[in-house]
Design a protein around this ligand. Structure first.
Ligand code: NDX
Length: 256
């Protein structure tokens, strides 16, 4: 049966960090080509309705760790921290897989990115799940450790901001509509990428709560992936809407 190979965790986490840097270099100048950044930038290619695309893409991030958790033999009973943390990860991806796609009013999603996105979700789902279920060791009182409690708080706060902001974006459109409007309310009052800000806070919270290399690598990846995207969204809005709120920042309220 499976066991912990620390070398594997180190290798996969390092590769994730390297992918993060690759993303940063690829997407700092040009945005990743989906959603509002697709039209101008790419030729016609295969697309799938947003609903199916997000469901398929994010499913492995839920399924892989959930299966690792359920199938571990013998079942991991101690310590509680590992299972709790693995459940937090699965909880986010339960939302992202089974709830978010069914309400989205997004445009059809490019198949090619869907393919890479799915590979990424398998990879990261395996790394986070494998680490927490086979490798992580926490003292029995980890749940009262300041890293766990403050990380959990940030995770919940970030998730709240992310879900609320995605809801505000969705409400900008009627069903069937694909136009872009100026997002209003919530954290959009301060930043163009409120949903991204929430997601980034969420994964840094998760990293602090797990205090692990794989989770910090994933938080860094998230920052490098959607940080530049927030910046490109911001530029898009400034170019498209002459009445775009002047004080609004790209990603971090009052700062950037
Ligand atoms: N999926 C994470 N890299 C990604 C998909 C793309 O979950 O090849 C990373 C994720 C993948 C990426 C994933 C991994 C890396 C890939 C990349 C593509 C290339 C890249 C594979 C897996 C790659 C290497 C080189 C390393 C191999 O029509 P529409 O769709 O624009 O409508 C939008 C609507 N909306 C508006 N409606 C009206 N008016 C406006 N002004 C509007 N603005 C937006 O709202 C959408 O329906 C919806 C949200 O749009 P947007 O653009 O704000 O968010 P989106 O980027 O679609 O993300 C949706 C949510 C969000 O909460 C975000 O935080 C989360 O997913 N997310 C997204 C990306 C990655 C990620 C989280 C993470 O890293 N944790």
């Amino acid at each position: 049966s499976m066991q912990c190979f620390p070398g594997l965790v180190l290798a996969l986490s390092s590769l994730l960090g390297a992918l993060a840097l690759l993303q940063l270099s690829l997407y700092l100048r040009v945005p990743s080509r989906y959603g509002k950044h697709e039209e101008r930038l790419c030729r016609a290619r295969g697309r799938l309705p947003a609903r199916c695309a997000w469901f398929l893409q994010e499913l492995p991030s839920f399924l892989v760790p959930a299966l690792l958790l359920a199938l571990r033999s013998p079942p991991r009973l101690e310590p509680l921290g590992c299972r709790l943390l693995c459940c937090l990860f699965c909880w986010h991806y339960f939302y992202r897989t089974f709830i978010y796609p069914f309400f989205t009013r997004g445009r059809p999603f490019p198949l090619q990115l869907l393919f890479f996105g799915m590979l990424f979700c398998i990879y990261n789902g395996f790394l986070q799940g494998y680490y927490l279920i086979y490798c992580a060791e926490y003292p029995n009182d980890w749940c009262t450790d300041i890293r766990f409690t403050s990380g959990l708080l940030l995770f919940l706060l970030g998730m709240g901001i992310n879900i609320h902001s995605d809801l505000l974006l969705r409400q900008l459109r009627k069903p069937g509509e694909v136009t872009y409007k100026i997002p209003q309310g919530g954290l959009f009052t301060y930043v163009s990428g409120a949903n991204y800000f929430g997601e980034i806070v969420e994964w840094f919270g998760f990293a602090i709560a797990t205090w692990s290399l794989p989770a910090f690598a994933f938080a860094f990846f998230t920052l490098c992936c959607i940080g530049p995207r927030a910046y490109h969204h911001h530029r898009y809005y400034l170019k498209t809407f002459t009445d775009y709120p002047k004080s609004r920042k790209a990603l971090i309220p009052f700062v950037f």
